[in-house]
Design a binder for this molecule. Structure first.
Ligand code: URA
Length: 230
């Protein structure tokens, strides 16, 4: 929200008073004087007027979760348990999932109360690599490598997937790195070869690797270094 709008929503300012307070350098955002009425503020910002706190600023929270198979990537589900059932944090209702996984997919999920951060992370333009360990029903051929790099056409969205890197690990297993997050993307890419994915596990998102100390269903807060990497 723009800072002038934030101020004029408060009982002590109308629109003109908000602009005046800014022009008179009486407003600070996170300790810095702000005069630009368009300055973008977020729930995490600390906002002061003549040193009086108008908004204390929530603390941003970030977690990595080892999603087990057999639970839904959603905050609520009428039928199944959800990844949010695994979280026992105060003000849990403020948290949301950054990037979903299918019901039977396991692995790294990120959970936060910072909508800006999760949007940046999941936007197609960000091209954040996501690495999956995959097991299939049929053998994985060498021709998959070139096809996945070239791109697979998805008729429903009328698009071709961006170059993806495939590393063959065994006859039925591989590691795939994709930079998008299309619906059922990995399964549909293998579907091009009529090869069913029987096991799918997300190992990493960008620089963040699933902590091997986290058993399925466990989670932990990201460290300051991990947060800074994004
Ligand atoms: N691709 C899929 O097909 N499923 C997932 O859960 C993630 C990526």
């Amino acid at each position: 929200m723009r800072v002038d709008r934030f101020l004029s929503n408060l009982p002590q300012f109308n629109r003109a008073q908000a602009r005046l307070a800014l022009a008179e350098k009486r407003i600070k955002v996170d300790g810095r004087v702000v005069i630009d009425p368009h300055h973008d503020i977020r729930p995490f910002c600390r906002i002061e007027f003549d040193g009086h706190i108008l908004q204390a600023g929530k603390s941003a929270r970030y977690f990595m979760l080892h999603k087990p198979p057999g639970c839904v990537s959603a905050t609520q589900d009428p039928e199944h348990s959800t990844v949010m059932d695994l979280i026992t944090e105060p003000d849990k209702h403020e948290l949301h999932i950054a990037g979903r996984l299918d019901f039977n997919t396991s692995g790294l999920m990120l959970i936060t109360n910072d909508g800006h951060w999760s949007r940046r992370l999941t936007l197609p333009d960000t091209k954040m690599p996501k690495v999956y360990y995959v097991e299939t029903e049929q053998p994985i051929g060498l021709e998959y490598i070139a096809k996945f790099y070239e791109g697979v056409y998805f008729a429903y969205e009328d698009l071709t997937t961006l170059p993806a890197q495939l590393e063959l690990l065994g006859l039925y297993s591989a590691r795939l790195s994709i930079v998008e997050g299309r619906y059922h993307q990995v399964k549909r890419m293998f579907g091009f070869f009529n090869n069913k994915v029987v096991h799918l596990h997300r190992e990493s998102i960008g620089p963040l690797i699933l902590d091997s100390g986290l058993a399925p269903g466990q989670y932990r807060a990201l460290t300051a270094e991990e947060i800074a990497q994004f």
